[in-house]
Design a protein around this ligand. Structure first.
Ligand code: SAM
Length: 250
């Protein structure tokens, strides 16, 4: 069965308006003008030019700024993701805010024959790039809003959301959705911004965040959500102005 048909099987009929359109190579469940960008950062994610350079140039450069010059490389990030999501044991993985599929394809390559990696994003240019550059037998892409995931509770063995929570509207609603669709025993991993506790640098980070329309998350904001949801094995790794947080749903 094609990966996109596997995704159709996973959808919650009560959360999707109709069958969706897969003529562009991804399953589009939204009207064309869904989530109009409001900030500079959101706008960039809807630009075909940014989408075309994102995986090769934009993301590696952004990682150096966010994670620091000695932080993990893209290869390290993928390894960290695979390990913390325990993909060797997973069958279904959801990569929320997948951009051009720069993690999703690797996730699909890690899964067994009956596995499926679903990349979900709201931006048509990003998804067009994902379909162009990062397809695979066990990979499918969906256009949907991370604030209202179109899947039933407890669907996925692993759920990720990398380099996105700081620019999505209503990031805490997105976090609740990530936890909702995670199956018992499943693993969740999030990479997002980290607001330093050093007073001078903290003010500078907050200023840059305000100017660019991004959110900086304080030390316990993400871990606190996971703990309140009853997740266990909550681990936080801080690197530069970024934090990588993983946990398990009991
Ligand atoms: C910086 S990219 C991250 C791509 C990839 N996960 C990575 O780690 O490089 C952030 C993505 O979040 C997507 N995004 C923003 N708001 C969203 C929403 N409400 N629902 C789904 N995707 C959203 C953007 O379209 C963009 O592709």
């Amino acid at each position: 069965m094609a990966a996109v048909d596997r995704v159709r099987e996973l959808l919650d009929p009560d959360r999707v308006p109709g069958p969706g359109d897969d003529s562009a190579g991804y399953l589009d469940l939204l009207p064309p003008d869904a989530q109009r960008p409001r900030t500079g950062a959101q706008n960039a994610m809807h630009s075909p030019l940014v989408a075309s350079v994102y995986e090769r140039w934009w993301r590696p450069a952004f990682s150096r700024v966010l994670l620091g010059p000695n932080g993990p490389s893209m290869t390290d990030e993928r390894k960290l993701a695979r390990e913390s999501l325990e993909l060797d044991r997973a069958r279904t993985v959801l990569d929320v805010c997948c951009g051009p599929g720069n993690f999703t394809r690797h996730f699909g390559e890690t899964l067994g024959d009956d596995g499926v990696a679903v990349g979900l994003d709201v931006s048509p240019p990003m998804l067009a790039r994902a379909v162009r550059d990062n397809t695979g037998e066990r990979v499918a892409y969906v256009r949907a809003d991370a604030r209202e995931l179109p899947f039933p509770d407890k669907t996925f063995d692993a759920v990720s959301c990398f380099a996105a929570l700081y620019l999505v509207p209503e990031p805490f609603r997105v976090l609740d959705e990530l936890v909702r669709v995670l199956a018992p025993g499943g693993r969740i991993a999030v990479l997002t911004s980290y607001l330093t506790e050093w007073p001078g640098v903290r003010q500078a980070e907050l200023l840059v965040a305000r100017l660019t329309g991004q959110k900086m998350f304080a030390r316990t904001e993400i871990t606190g959500v996971f703990t309140r949801h009853g997740l266990t094995e909550v681990r936080q790794r801080i690197s530069g102005a970024a934090q990588f947080v993983s946990a398990r749903k009991p």
